[in-house]
Design a protein around this ligand. Structure first.
Ligand code: ATP
Length: 130
């Protein structure tokens, strides 16, 4: 028995297929989803998403989003997702530097926005280097 998984972004369907296991991070912590998991909806945080199929693990960096586990289908809705392979490390390092510089002179900037940008960059660096 496999898990039917669909990963959707504003650009369209990013992934659709059957997997053995899905690992995501919700606001309440790490979640492991196996086939026949109880239906559930959970908000996802900027983090690493992994799925395993035939003993092969695939890692992705995701922005925040939503996980919807239904009986026949598990859906992940995310603003952005990049596979480990597709992450441009230099771009993430540059984004990290920009966010850190903004936060260092934080009187005139949108601190929350800079912190979110920093989280996305650190997550991409972490997934790329994991
Ligand atoms: P940047 O400042 O580098 O654009 P960001 O965190 O503001 O980073 P997002 O708004 O999260 O970027 O993403 C915009 C688009 O760029 C998305 O399609 C995302 O998948 C892609 N993207 C962002 N950073 C990277 C990266 N380091 N490697 C590959 N794709 C990336």
């Amino acid at each position: 028995m496999k898990l039917n998984l669909k990963i959707i972004t504003p650009r369209g369907t990013y992934f659709e297929g059957q997997v053995d296991y899905l690992s995501v991070k919700s606001v309440d912590g790490q979640l492991g989803i196996l086939p026949r998991h109880t239906p559930l909806i959970a908000p996802l945080v900027i983090s690493k998403l992994s799925f395993v199929n035939n003993h092969e693990t695939n890692d992705f960096a995701i922005s925040d989003g939503v996980l919807i586990v239904e009986k026949e289908l598990t859906t992940v809705l995310v603003s952005t997702i990049e596979s480990k392979n597709d992450i441009d490390l230099q771009r993430a390092l540059d984004a990290k530097k920009r966010a850190e510089e903004r936060l260092a002179h934080s009187d005139e900037i949108d601190v929350k926005r800079a912190q979110a940008s920093l989280s996305r960059a650190l997550n991409r660096i972490n997934v790329k280097q994991s």
